[in-house]
Design a protein around this ligand. Structure first.
Ligand SMILES: [Zn+2]
Length: 124
């Protein structure tokens, strides 16, 4: 399960940041997850809630913001959402990587990241 390794990485970073700042308690960890990562919000939260039990993150909440995919076309300069994005029966995203304007291949600008945006903590 990919989500477990991602969640444990998030937990590791959050603990390190909290310790660095001498936090008493962590309130919430805010995460940006691109749609194209195929990471499940539910699975991430589930793993996070298991991993936080025995450390400073106990009692904190994982807040996930999903980021819509964005592409850039080097042929015509188009920047924006992907032409066809749809859910198939597995819940995965089928993505068209050609420009909706000119049909040339596009580069993915956003939608592949998974990063911590903010950690809210109580510092005495
Ligand atoms: Zn184009």
């Amino acid at each position: 399960m990919h989500e477990l390794s991602v969640a444990s990485e998030i937990v590791k970073v959050a603990i390190r940041e909290a310790e660095k700042r001498g936090a008493k308690q962590v309130k919430s960890v805010h995460l940006i997850v691109g749609r194209l990562t195929h990471l499940s919000k539910e699975q991430l939260t589930f793993c996070y809630n298991i991993l936080k039990r025995d450390n400073i993150l106990k009692g904190s909440r994982l807040v996930i913001t999903e980021q819509e995919p964005k592409v850039e076309c080097s042929s015509c300069g188009y920047i924006g959402s992907i032409g066809k994005v749809s859910d198939d029966e597995l819940g995965l995203w089928a993505v068209s990587l050609s420009c909706p304007k000119c049909g040339e291949p596009v580069k993915i600008k956003e939608g592949l990241e998974c990063r911590i945006k903010a950690i809210k903590m109580v510092i005495p």
